[in-house]
Ligand binder design. Sequence first.
Ligand code: GLP
Length: 243
Amino acid sequence: MIWETVDHYDALSERAASIMLDAIRQDARTVLGLPTGRTPVGMYKRVVALCSREYHCFRDVTTFNLDEYAGIPSEHPGSYCTFMKRHLFDHVDLQPERSHIPNGNAADLAAECARYEREIADAGGLGLTFLGLGSNGHIAFNEPATPFHSRTRVVALSESTRAANATFFADSPVPTHAITIGIGTILESRQIVLLASGESKRNAVARLRSGEITTQFPASALWQHESVRVILDRGTVPDFGTT
Ligand code: GLP
């Protein structure tokens, strides 16, 4: 695991965006795993700004989002589909048929999860996957106690996760369930970049850094992967600059 600590959120966003665009320059057909949440917003903003200069960045890229809420339509203002359109998809030349998000409103959610896994496999697996970090250590929506071999499936969201995401659901209740790719699916990515920013992630970052591997802390599964880069800003590290 490679650890990088940068000075502030903008630097984290810039670093993450340059890793994404370098991967696309090296392989125009790269397959990306994409996160949502507050943390990657700056990365997407930077990617969009750079791609307006370097048009065609995303022409041959394939993307798979990590998760989506269950029981709300994709057009819902709180859906991850809406998030991705707002922050990335509406601004780059990604082909709609190559951008994948689980359909959380499918009539048969189990069949939808199996279909999503098949789509990832048909694309050759995830190449470079970006992850955020839940304050309870969740990655995508894999909450504590998730087995490390888990695949795409429907999950119940913890109360702390629902509370953390309540601001995205001003006018309606936060969904209780979601579809998430599994930890096993994530670990099959060829490369992984985990982003964590701000004081609310201090405890989670410290626990990850401790090196203890336990299903009670889902992000610790990343220690079992050979190519993980963790990018932090100083807010996540209490003694930044003194060690
Ligand atoms: C959300 C998402 C995760 C995200 C995490 C952190 O619930 N499902 O994919 O990484 O929680 O979110 P944030 O970046 O807003 O702290």
